[in-house]
Design a protein around this ligand. Sequence first.
Ligand code: PLP
Length: 471
Amino acid sequence: MAEEDAHDTLDILDRALTIARAYIAARHDRDVWPTISLDDLRAALSGPLPLDPVEPSRVVDALARAADPGLVTTTGPRYFGFVTGGALPATVAAEWLTTAWDQNGALFVMSPAASVVEEVAGAWLLDLLGLPPTVSVGFVTGCGMANFTAMAAARHELLRRAGWDVESDGLQGAPRLRVIVGDEVHVSAVAALRLIGVGSRQLERIAVDDQGRMKADALERALAGGSGPTIVCAQAGNVNTGAFDPLDAIADITSRHRAWLHVDGAFGLWAGASAALKHLVRGVERADSWATDAHKWLNVPYDSGLVFVAHPAAHRAAMSMGAAYLTRSQAEPREPMDWTPEASRRARGFSIYAALRSLGRRGVEDLVDRCCRLARRFAERLRQEPAIRILNDVVLNQVLVRVERHGTRGSEADQATRDVLKLVQEERICWMGGTRWHDMDAIRISVSNWSTTEDDVDRSAESIIRAVRHA
Ligand SMILES: Cc1ncc(COP(=O)(O)O)c(C=O)c1O
C-alpha cells in the first residue's frame, strides 16, 4: 500500500512536471494576457463538488487544462504590471522541493533545515542590502505583512519606553502613538497601521515633491510641532515613480526627535545591492525597521516578503508566543516563528536561499542594474514619439507614460492615455497597468523580471507606439 501511494505521488509529479515544462517553455511567446471570458473560465472550473474521490492525475490534468487560458504570463519577459518579479530557475525548483518536503517553518524542532536556511539567508540579505548584521529578520508573505510586523515591533518598543506593555495591556489607555507618513505612503503601510490600532485618519501626512519624495523640512516641522512616541514611515521606491525619500536627511531628523524610523522598501530596498544605485538609499542603515519583498525584484515565486528590525528584542516581543507543547530547542537555534505573525507556515527561506545562492552578489546587482537600464531604454524609445510624455524621472525600474496629443492636457489626455492602455492590453504582446499620478492618468511600466531583454522592451515600446498612432 505504502509503495502504491509513493507511486501515485511520483506519477502525478511527472505529469505536473510535463505540464510545467510546457508552460515555462512557452512563457516567451504566450499571450501575456488571457483571452478567456469570466463566464467561460467559471464554466471550465466549476461544477458540483464530487461525491467520491477522483483519481489525482485526472484532477491535475483537468485543473491545468481549465486554468491555463485564465493564467497571466507574469513569469514571462514582457509582463510589466504592478511590480511583479518572475521566477528564477533555482527558485522554481526550490519551491517544488519545499512543497515535497512540506516542512512547517515555525520551530527548529519542526525543521532544523528550514531554521538554519533562514539564518544563513537572513545574514546574506543584511550584507547585500547594506543593513547592520545585528538586525533581526522575519520571512513573511509579502511587504504588506512585513510592514505590519515592523509596525508591531515599533509599537512595542515605543510604548515600552513610555512605560506601557502593549502585548499584555493592549491599546486602550495606552499613551497615544503619533504616526507620520509621506503623502505618497503605500496603501499597505496604511493597512498595516490600521492593524496595530492606528486609523488612517490619525496619520499625519507630510507633503511630497513632484516625484513623490517626502519633504524633509516639512517632516522636521511636524516633529518639532508635537511630542510623544512617534513612528515615521518613509519609503524607498515609490510604487509609481520609483522615487526615494531622502533617507539620510530623514534619519537625521528622526534620531534628533527619538522617533522610530521605518522604511517601506518593497522593491527600492534592493537599490542597496547595486554600487551604481546605492546612493539612492544613503542612510538606510540608520532606520529602526525595514520591509521588502522577495517576490518582486529578487524574482522568487509568490509569496515571499521580508521584515528587518534593528531592535531584535522588540521584534521578538511583538511576535512570539509560547505554549508548553511548542518546544524550543536547547541549543538556542533560530526559532522562525519568533519573528513572524504566524506560527505554522511554509518554509519560505528555501527559495530565497536558492535565489541568493544561484545569483550571487554580482548576479543580484546585475539583475537590479539591468532592470533599471531597461526601464531607461523604455523611456528613451517612448520619448521619441511626440505624443508621449514620460511623467517621472526614471531613477529606478518604473516608467510613467502619458499620451498628450498635440499638447492636449487634462481630461482629453486622460482619455487618450486610457484608450492607448486598452489597445496595448488587447494586443497582448506585453501587459502593463494604469494609474493616476498627480491628477493625471498614466500607464505604469515596471521592469522587474530577470528574463526581460532589450528585444522585449523594444517590442513592447513598439506596441505602445502603435497604439498611440491608432487610438
Ligand atoms: C512601496 C510598497 N510597499 C508595499 C507594497 C505591498 O507589497 P505586497 O503586495 O508584496 O504585500 C508594495 C507593492 O507594490 C509597494 O510598492
